[in-house]
Design a protein around this ligand. Structure first.
Ligand code: NAP
Length: 336
């Protein structure tokens, strides 16, 4: 019988998670039933929302409790199949979680064409984070040429896509990120016009210098003080897309007080809450558009890849400490 190596939750973390909150486990590799396939995990996507699933705060996913395999999207290869739509060898985006093998009934699974882009991007800029950026920009922010766009967590997969889509639309793009290396990457590698290191610069002053015509679009991935600072520099008719609030994900008690809303009134600004699940019916449209941009060399990306399933806990903890540099992934195996 073949062994399925897994990582399970050991204890609920308080505050920022540590590797000791997770444990290695073993099970036998499951057999697919009728209408199911068995796949082998190649890449695990590490995403901030998984922290909310562990806390039991996520809107749609059931809480992970001690002993459960940690959930997560994966790029996998079909090993055996009793599902008419999937054949051995197919590369798919499914949700095996932090384990080597899983069976799946094919629901919410997308087949990949490895010729389009490296397969790991299917959980990064060409996957759920990419769709988040695309949906927020296309349907909520609606950028126009010449406008100023600011995006926080600029070096992560959502932020990198938001900024590059902004450049495609002719915006002046200003990133906000937590290190000089991240700022250099988004300006030099991704073509952002400027980037502010919020850990070493006074954010309010830096925004005045980097956004002389004020801010037409703010794509917020972090909330907290950054949102409050950006709100002091809104242009008339500004749009704010509330996408993520990662500064709060490790807080288990009451959330901190919100920012003062007066600048929203003064700027006649529009505030939009974004939930990517509302746009899953636009996957085909996004995939076509993103593949075209990728082929034209308009999309670059950076990945932060941990090697081997056993590295998943520490890599996830690094993400939750804000230390990842690019899309956080775990490489588990190669396609055959
Ligand atoms: P990501 O940018 O790789 O997220 C991690 C980054 O967040 C860190 O590298 C860090 O970058 C930044 N960060 C800022 N404050 C932090 C703090 N207190 N603790 C930890 N990290 C902090 O991840 P992503 O996948 O692109 O997601 C970006 C945001 O979008 C997240 O908030 C996520 O939850 C959200 N999201 C929302 C939806 C939706 O449907 N609304 C969908 C997908 C993602 P710096 O060093 O630059 O601070």
């Amino acid at each position: 019988m073949m062994t399925n190596h897994q990582i399970v939750l050991k204890d609920f973390p308080e505050g920022v998670p540590e590797p000791g909150h997770f444990a290695a486990a073993k099970a036998s590799v499951p057999e697919p039933g009728d209408g199911e396939y068995l796949s082998r995990t190649l890449y695990i996507s590490l995403d901030p929302y998984v922290r909310g699933v562990i806390t039991g705060k996520h809107m749609y996913e059931d809480r992970v409790t001690p002993g459960d395999v940690i959930i997560g999207r994966t790029v996998s290869q079909v090993v055996t199949s009793r599902h008419s739509d999937f054949a051995p060898g197919d590369i798919v985006v499914d949700a095996n979680g932090w384990q080597q093998y899983a069976v799946c009934n094919g629901e919410n699974v997308r087949k990949l064409d490895p010729a389009v882009a490296p397969i790991s991007t299917a959980v990064g800029i060409l996957g759920m984070p990419g769709l988040t950026a695309y949906a927020g920009m296309t349907y909520l922010a609606k950028p126009r040429a010449g406008e100023t766009l600011v995006v926080s967590a600029a070096a992560g997969p959502v932020g990198t896509m938001v900024g590059q889509i902004g450049k495609i639309h002719g915006c002046r793009v200003v990133g906000i990120a937590g290190s000089d290396e991240k700022c250099a990457m988004v300006t030099e590698h991704l073509g952002f016009d400027a980037c502010i290191n919020y850990k070493t610069q006074d954010l309010r002053e830096a925004l005045v210098a980097a956004c002389p015509d004020k801010i037409d679009i703010y794509f917020d991935n972090v909330a907290g003080d950054t949102l409050a600072a950006v709100m002091t520099r809104l242009a008339l008719g500004a749009r704010i897309v509330l996408c993520g609030m990662i500064t709060q994900y490790n807080i288990t008690g009451a959330p901190p007080p919100g920012p003062n809303l007066a600048p929203i009134v003064g700027a006649r600004a529009h505030v939009h809450g974004l939930v990517v699940y509302d746009y899953y019916d636009r996957w085909d449209e996004f995939e076509r558009q993103a593949a075209e941009w990728f082929a034209a060399g308009k999309l670059n990306y950076k990945e932060d890849v941990a090697e081997g399933l056993a590295a998943a806990p520490e890599a996830f903890c690094r993400l939750m400490r804000g230390e990842n540099f690019g899309k956080a992934l775990v490489h588990v195996g190669d396609p055959e």
